[in-house]
Design a protein around this ligand. Structure first.
Ligand SMILES: N[C@@H](CCC(=O)N[C@@H](CS)C(=O)NCC(=O)O)C(=O)O
Length: 212
């Protein structure tokens, strides 16, 4: 099987990258330079007209959207146990992935690019303030979900990778994640996983390459 992951530094493409590492999959990573708008190139738009990462191309066929990737990776590499087997718990893991992808991600995008949410003059601070309030509400929920737990489910899952990315991105965007104490310790634990360290190293090398 030929697996290619299209990725960009700091983005939610970290999630399938970590998942594929955890699965022990053989795959290649194509890094896009967003500063050069490489996601808008003709070649990339042919693969993904939505100009987003992550994109998985498996034996030449594209798959978009993180929650779909969670399912495909977990089912393709079942030995890695990356999503719960029980149908109800499996659906719960898909629910968390969908929440991260749709319920949390858009607040991160609004803080990163407020003018894409509202281009009325002088609206940037309001957009960011509302997005911070949205993150407060959602991370308070995540903090309760993580109380007394190592992971969101019985063992590490792709849902953990997704929540981890949301927390990381929020921190990068000057949101104070540390005040959510269960999220903070969860973040520390997940950061230490070799699968995540591998992505961090790749990210560092990629950013250095893009800067040169
Ligand atoms: N719903 C998508 C969101 C993907 C997404 O928004 N990716 C951002 C980076 S985190 C992106 O590629 N933005 C580039 C653009 O919109 O041009 C998923 O969860 O896979």
């Amino acid at each position: 099987m030929d697996i290619v992951l299209y990725y960009a530094p700091h983005t939610c493409a970290l999630v399938p990258f970590v998942a594929l590492n955890e699965a022990g999959a053989a795959f290649r990573v194509e890094a896009l330079n967003f500063r050069k708008k490489q996601q808008m190139s003709e070649d990339y738009l042919r693969l993904n007209p939505r100009h987003k990462v992550p994109l998985l191309v498996v034996d030449g066929k594209p798959l978009t959207e993180n929650p779909a990737m969670h399912v495909w990776i977990a089912r393709t590499f079942p030995q890695a146990g990356l999503m719960p087997e029980d149908p109800w718990m499996f659906a719960q893991a898909v629910s968390v992935a969908s929440w991260c992808a749709s319920g949390i991600h858009h607040y991160l995008s609004a803080i990163n690019s407020p003018l894409k949410s509202c281009d009325a003059p002088g609206s940037e601070d309001s957009v960011k303030r509302l997005a911070h309030a949205g993150l407060d509400e959602n991370f308070a929920i995540a903090d309760r979900m993580l109380a007394g737990r190592e992971f969101l489910f019985d063992r590490f899952s792709t849902a953990d990778a997704h929540l981890f990315w949301c927390l990381r991105r929020a921190g990068q965007l000057s949101y104070d994640v540390d005040r959510w104490k269960n999220c903070k310790s969860f973040f520390g634990r997940i950061s230490e996983r070799p699968s995540v360290q591998n992505v961090f190293n790749f990210e560092k090398e990629t950013l250095a390459r893009f800067a040169s």
